[in-house]
Design a protein around this ligand. Sequence first.
Ligand code: AMP
Ligand code: GLY
Length: 435
Amino acid sequence: MKVLVVGGGGREHALVWKISQSKSVEKIFCAPGNAGIAEIAEIVPIKSDDLNSLLKFALEHKIDLTIVGPELPLSLGIVDLFESNGLKIFGPRKNAAEIESSKVFAKNFMKKYGIPTANYETFTCDETEKAKKFILGLSPPIVIKADGLAGGKGVTICRNTEEALKTIDLYFSKKIFGSAGEKIVIEEFLEGEEASVFAITDGDDFITLAPAQDYKRALDNDEGKNTGGMGSYAPTPIIDETTLEKIKTQIIKPTIQGLKNEGRKFKGCLYCGLMLTSNGPKVLEFNCRFGDPETQVVLPLLEDDIIDVFLKSIDGGIKDLNYTVKKATSVCVVLASAGYPDDYEVDKEIHGLDEVKEMKDIILFHAGTKKVNGKILTSGGRVIGVTAIGGENDFEGTIKKVYSAVEKIKFDGMHYRKDIGKKALNYLKAKNPKK
Ligand code: AMP
Ligand code: GLY
């Protein structure tokens, strides 16, 4: 089987890595890929939102299966385009991808189907005064979200009313998010721990992969700016069996059934971004694809052939799939460029990769890297994710392993968080104080 993976970040490297272990795969292409992916797949220089060129490539090379990493091509309708040309592709169609690409749609959908989420109101850019009046009646913190895709930056948590009023002007008058901010959601602030659960669905049934936690803030102790994600670990002990059952019955099942009911049958990976509140799990957001960097810890824990999972999502019958989540722990630390998440430096040579590659239980997932004259250089904000695998419940050992690998890698301006996985340790210690 010939497989095409669309995208070029750490998530796509993890997908290509897992796909390369499948017995049924003879060749993998990745567009546009990165320097790490180039070691296990053939790189295709097509951007992930250039749908027509991707289609042409897939038809010419007789691609048997395409896997889409990022949200943009999904929201532009890559699945609809490939399917109408007789190609097999993993992911939701455009109208189902709207669960991520329109927060207004997602919130109204959740309300209609009774899916637990923060209380909210929606406003359009010609309702500035109405939005401000609504804010005056709320007690901070107040959460303001752009409706459309904003590269993970469209959410502002306002600590006071004044900041919230200013934020309305930034979205509606200054148009900092362009057309993505022409509609907004204003919602209640939820307190609790965040977690990500991936459901792979055929539109009727689903399976869940290991629940993960993502570290979104740039600095230790969840300080600093929001980023695309500075690290992750799985399986998070914060989601126990009972909580997972609640997430399945109160959130995932009604979402999949509701989308089908709306004529937007969702196939692919439904990413549930959750807040575990004292009133139970609530949805912060849905994404229509795998998360980054959660994929870098979730896929190494999947025992089985991932191609079977993709095919069952596309063709149906996912409920009959026998799959196993390994009894292990995984932790991923993202190494970022100086300046990230703002403007960042690039073209810095990365040292130490060869030594780390030889380390046991360590996997390197490249994100923003390129190869020039035999050297690996930085080319993005998030550069590399270092993932370590360790024993069941042994987060202490796995964290040690990951940082011993991280310390061997160097490039100018490199920064990373030093506390990835600590939340799992703290949680387990609080639960079993004697250990
Ligand atoms: P989203 O893109 O909607 O997941 O939001 C990005 C981040 O903002 C989330 O990962 C949370 O950390 C935070 N966030 C979003 N909505 C809320 C909320 N209602 N209450 C508290 N934090 C939130
Ligand atoms: N890790 C957050 C995301 O993929 O959206």
